[in-house]
Ligand binder design. Structure first.
Ligand code: MN
Ligand code: MN
Length: 455
């Protein structure tokens, strides 16, 4: 643990964070992240692995490829000069964030109030009351039966309307006080979408009027069945504090690590080991599903790449995975002065003290934890110190206070070395999360240095 702010890099830190703020402001769903990452990768010379497989083009050192699954996760590879069976250098982050999803039949009108609302089903670990009484945006995709798709993004531009979930006024909520979490349940999270009726005679006249508006965008009520629409906080990420040392933004868990990993991969000049960048979905709900880390998609892509590199034995894939070094890049809880009793000040992460490593995550007696080996940690310390990168070795809160998981335990199943490492946040999983700019830059520098780690 070294100095709080590295003033030597002050200008670079602020400059880097401007682009980071743009990234998280423009990419608020996993799909939007995949599309942006793919476009950025293409500009860096990455090619679609699918096309390379189809044309059976051999891969050689220096080649760069990407593989997308369901447009909800994306993997980047930069081929090294050594055989892939020697292992890869892997940065893995997730691009899904807690939010509210529209239910399959979302639109309804409340009888007495004549207000039209969208019914939602929350995704990930949220404190439900935090999602009330703030401006919300709607992002997503509607898939039509004819195969066409309609992209939705409403609430981000200054002239756009926004949406809101109500909370009860304090005047009528005398027994509320601090029991907010118990008062607002998942079924209360209904988003107001309209209040003007078509006419007096029609049944459910406000719902009808909303359906008319949707029709002008080629969306029928039934189309919600084949849609994926997410309700997220409206507005851009912003500098926070008089000194602008912090960033307040949505989805920093875990796009803060995704963006810094991506930039590190683009800027790395490592050419011996094959580099891999993982940007996966579903971490917030357990990493299942075709686009989550538990899917075999990553392993399959490694097999395809090994094959195109001329390593055709199935053993190469096993060796490539087993011999890899990985950073499971995910955020952790920053010590919060307002809730100090939840933390162990000697062992928790502080904002501004650099990138944070968790030897183990999990809960209770480390249940569900990946446990990084001290040999591996020593190797990482060496490279971080050599590059003068600020870092901290931390836990996540006091013992038995709670806990959490990442994707580390999944890739650890291959026998590879992996450790959790990311920026500490305040307000984690709240609609607006807080990060420290200096940690973001340390994360970028840490990931870049890590990619050049040798055997
Ligand atoms: Mn996370
Ligand atoms: Mn999370």
């Amino acid at each position: 643990m070294k100095k709080l702010w590295n003033n030597k890099n002050h200008d670079q830190i602020f400059e880097f964070c401007e682009e980071y703020k743009d990234f998280i402001s423009q990419n608020k769903t996993e799909r939007e992240c995949v599309i942006s990452i793919r476009e950025m990768a293409k500009k860096e010379g990455y090619k679609d692995l699918k096309e390379i497989i189809n044309s059976a083009t051999p891969l050689k050192a220096g080649d760069k490829v990407y593989a997308t699954n369901l447009d909800k996760c994306i993997f980047l590879f930069k081929i090294g000069s050594r055989p892939i069976s020697d292992g890869m250098r892997i940065l893995g982050a997730h691009i899904d964030s807690p939010r509210l999803d529209l239910k399959p039949n979302p639109l309804y009108e409340d009888g007495p109030s004549k207000i039209a609302l969208f019914d939602t089903h929350y995704y990930g670990g949220i404190k439900k009351y935090q999602w009330t009484a703030l401006p919300l945006a709607i992002h997503g995709i509607v898939c039509k039966k004819d195969g066409s798709t309609i992209n939705i993004n409403i609430g981000e531009e200054a002239q756009d309307p926004v949406f809101c979930i109500t909370d009860l006024l304090p005047h009528l909520d005398r027994d509320n006080s601090r029991a907010a979490e118990n008062k607002i349940n998942g079924e209360n999270l209904n988003v107001i979408v309209g209040g003007i009726p078509v006419d007096e005679k029609t049944e459910k006249p406000v719902k009808k009027a909303i359906l008319n508006i949707l029709k002008t965008k080629n969306i029928e009520e039934d189309d919600f069945i084949s849609a994926e629409i997410e309700v997220v906080p409206a507005g851009k990420a912003r500098d926070m504090g008089l000194d602008r040392s912090f960033i307040l933004g949505y989805g920093q868990d875990d796009r803060i690590c995704a963006y810094t990993s991506l930039k590190a991969m683009f800027d790395s000049d490592e050419n011996q080991f094959t580099l891999a960048g993982m940007f996966v979905d579903k971490e917030e709900v357990g990493s299942q599903g075709a686009s989550g880390m538990q899917s075999l998609f990553f392993e399959d892509m490694v097999a395809e790449i090994a094959n195109l590199m001329g390593e055709t034995s199935p053993l190469s894939v096993r060796r490539a995975l087993r011999n890899s070094f990985m950073l499971s890049s995910d955020v952790t809880a920053g010590f919060d002065p307002n809730y100090a009793s939840a933390f162990d000040a000697n062992n928790d992460a502080f904002l501004g003290k650099g990138i944070s490593f968790n030897k183990y995550t999990g809960s209770r007696g480390k249940s569900g934890a990946n446990d990084a080996s001290p040999e591996y940690i020593a190797k990482i310390r060496e490279i971080l110190d050599k590059n003068e990168i600020n870092y901290q070795l931390t836990e996540m809160g006091k013992i038995d206070q709670g806990g959490g998981g990442t994707i580390a335990y999944i890739t650890a199943n291959y026998g590879m070395n992996v450790i959790d490492c990311g920026c500490p946040l305040l307000n984690m999983h709240a609609p607006w999360e807080i990060s420290s700019k200096t940690d973001i830059y340390d994360a970028y520098r840490c990931y870049k240095a890590f990619l050049s780690i040798k055997d």
